[in-house]
Design a binder for this molecule. Sequence first.
Ligand code: 5AD
Ligand code: SF4
Length: 474
Amino acid sequence: MRQSGEQMEESRQGEAMVLENPNGTKKMFLESYGCAMNFSDSEIVASVLAGKGYTSTNNYKEADVVLINTCAIRDAAELRVRNRLKEFNAVKKYNPKLIVGVMGCMAERLKSKFLEEEKIVDIVVGPDAYRDLPHLIESVEGGQKAVNVLLSLQETYADISPVRLDSNGVTAFISITRGCDNMCSFCVVPFTRGRERSREPESIINEARQLFEQGYREVTLLGQNVDSYLWADGKAKKELTDEEAKRGFSFADLLDAVAKISPELRIRFSTSNPQDMTDDVLHAIARHENICNYIHLPVQSGSSTMLNRMNRGYTREKYFERIAAIRQIIPDCGLSTDIITGFCAETDEEHAETISLMEAVKFDFAYMFAYSERPGTAAAKKYTDDVPEEIKKARLQQVIALQQKHSAERTKQGVGKIHKVLVEGVSKKSSEMFYGRNSQNTTVVFPKGNHKKGEYVNVLAEECTLATLIGKVI
Ligand code: 5AD
Ligand code: SF4
């Protein structure tokens, strides 16, 4: 599973999550769409409801409560949710007591309008209101529809121990910040997930340590913009003086602290941001062997005029400067990105600059999207979505084709080399093979031998497909 992306949208889609709790009485069915943050939030929701005696089922037809954790980043993501609701509706016809709740970004975006637009929905709950779910469910049981979409300046769910859903027992997500203050003009996230806030470091370090003690060997620290993580006695970043901010506990400090838990615990993180990623963070990665040499650094566009229209806060030159710093400080760093084609008023020349930036950087991997206007965003208010759909799509195809070529070249460079791989599980293609990833996040497949999940092995890569190295343990 590749997980990344500023929101890591749609990298996993619609997976049901199962939790066994033999003492529970009522059954919940939890399904998550969109980014890793949503999957991580569903683990918090599972914990909240498990505390009220709910057990989990992977069959929505036998559930008392169906909760769908939604994504609003592009129109297509919302359509997928609406189609799924139609399937739940079929069940409600013969089980009218079924409670259907929508959570996450689409819930926050549409608020109570959701109840009007989709009659099947009983609960609308936004990303900062999950503690209220038991109460919302009670209201519905009492015959009311229930909505809580209040956003918070403080909520980080720091004290809630997530119930690990659908887990391989080896890798887990830990959220370190919530919300986003960047206000990229195309993006709905600042509206659906609210203001940025950092979680108290002790609770993050303790969660990572507990996971390690339970046998987990990799944690991914999650935030919309991890580089802006800052803890200064719980004060909002905007309230801090420069002096206080300097004394605060930064993302580089957090990486250091989590890395020290054990050399056997791997650390990944997502998402980095070109305007906030400091050399301190890069040095922290270089200093610790167990912090993976892999950075997801969304560029969105290779053109400075587009970046300005996107309100990204950096230029093409600044992006190149950050890439040069990465290459210098972490010479063998894997790099991935996000790219949007056909954003408002994008010219052929501006698109060509994205292509030339890709040629220059040669990303290992990219998430690529055609621009989808989101209601309420700055772009929707200020600009016209004027690039014709065929041109958006044609540019997207060009970007995808180029990226495939670069990814294949990058994978090939790994052949003949030895990779330290954390064993994550049995390969989907063959029950005789294990899969895992190297530090740079490339998937590596090899014969199982006597190895076990959660072990580190050194694999000599002998051949490859477009994105996977295949080899043997040495
Ligand atoms: N249209 C298309 N792609 C978008 N993204 C965010 N908002 C939009 C939008 N309105 C992409 C960006 C971001 C990733 C998570 O999703 O590339 O980095
Ligand atoms: Fe990412 Fe920008 Fe959206 Fe924040 S506003 S989530 S930084 S794309």
